[in-house]
Design a protein around this ligand. Structure first.
Ligand code: ADP
Ligand code: MG
Length: 337
């Protein structure tokens, strides 16, 4: 038997990259979430070759102080939480301090950042710092990830077709844009624009940019509120369905999450109005006290535990039932616009 020894940092980072950076879309998610946490108003994502050649995220957010840039690449280094009780009131999308070290351990990363005064640029290759210099002082951060998974051939092999990987990127950017209509997003892949939102704060406009005006004309608003829970969003009329549950997006306190019971609650709201195997398109924003949500369940933070889940589910189903009942009072409401 070998002696027990602590793993070298780069190897440890590559191991956590296995969970945090499953595919190009995970890199896009982590970088855009960092931009959102930095109060950006505009986030532009550029992709080449489904993210394997290049992923570039440009934001106009807070930026990172020059003296802190290298710290941002250390594992478990974060500006977002400090002490144990912060874990129970997480208001940011990130808090684990894993994204930058993980991504930079399996790719080349160039990060340019400025808080509005002096700017800094760093370059990491396979987890190692290879260059640092002064950069332009425009406030915000640009991260360019290239040669993703160049040193993890098994991960590269496990990826799906370029089209599938691109659609996963597009899907995640759509959901991030839906969860933040107040931020203007763009997604360009191999010079083709796949999404552009205005950032005017209107979820319906973002839905239109994603699904087209015709589809969105068949989506109706829902709303429900108790003193500690509020639910709002848009859901499709029963005539507008898809063959997968994937078009049901849940946004919990600004974070896109997967949650089976709440997804089921959306479907249940339709009662017998959906055909078997058909599912609605829905985007539901849920706001609760962060103390009721445990986001520290999985490294990607898409799985969460919510203590008031049955109550929120009940509110969701009921809000959809009410919307559908009102629809029946207006005979023409379901007609094509
Ligand atoms: P986390 O988001 O969990 O804190 P990351 O590894 O994603 O961990 O980022 C580390 C730190 O780097 C963040 O806490 C933040 O302070 C800083 N940072 C990363 N990206 C940006 C960005 N786009 N704008 C401003 N600060 C950033
Ligand atoms: Mg992060």
């Amino acid at each position: 038997m070998e002696q027990i020894h602590k793993l070298p940092t780069i190897l440890a980072n590559q191991i956590s990259a296995g969970e945090v950076v499953e595919r190009p879309a995970s890199v896009v998610k982590e970088l855009v979430e960092n931009s959102l946490d930095a109060h950006s108003t505009e986030i532009d994502v550029t992709i080449e070759n489904s993210g394997l050649k290049l992923i570039k995220v440009v934001d106009d957010g807070d930026g990172i102080e020059s003296s802190q840039v290298q710290t941002a690449f250390l594992r478990h280094a974060t500006s977002k939480i400090t002490e144990q009780r912060d874990l129970f009131r997480v208001r940011t999308l990130g808090f684990r301090g894993e994204a930058l070290p993980s991504i930079s351990s399996v790719a080349n990363v160039l990060l340019k950042t400025s808080t509005g005064s002096v700017g800094t640029q760093v370059e990491y290759k396979g987890g190692k710092l290879v260059a640092q210099k002064a950069a332009e002082s425009r406030k915000g951060t640009t991260v360019i990830v290239s040669s993703l998974f160049y040193n993890t051939p098994a991960r590269l092999k496990y990826l799906s077709s370029p089209n599938t990987e691109l659609s996963k990127i597009s899907d995640i950017v759509n959901r991030l844009a839906l969860s933040h209509p107040e931020v203007s997003f763009s997604l360009v892949s191999n010079d083709r624009e796949l999404l552009r939102t205005s950032g005017r704060g209107d979820m319906l406009q973002v839905l239109g940019a994603i699904y087209g005006v015709k589809t969105v004309s068949k989506m109706k608003p829902i709303k429900a509120k108790t003193p500690d829970i509020s639910v709002s969003g848009y859901v499709s009329l029963p005539e507008l369905t898809r063959s997968s549950r994937n078009y049901i997006s849940l946004i919990l306190n600004g974070r896109y999450v997967r949650n089976f019971p709440l997804t089921k609650a959306v479907i249940n709201g339709y009662g017998s109005k959906l055909m078997i195997g058909r599912f609605p398109i829905a985007v539901v924003k849920i706001t609760v006290d962060p103390a009721l949500v445990d986001v520290n369940v999985h490294p990607t933070k898409q799985e969460v535990r919510i203590s008031e889940e049955p109550k929120i589910g009940g509110m969701l189903s009921e809000a959809i039932r009410t919307m559908l009942a009102n629809q029946q009072l207006i005979p023409d409401a379901t007609r094509d616009l």
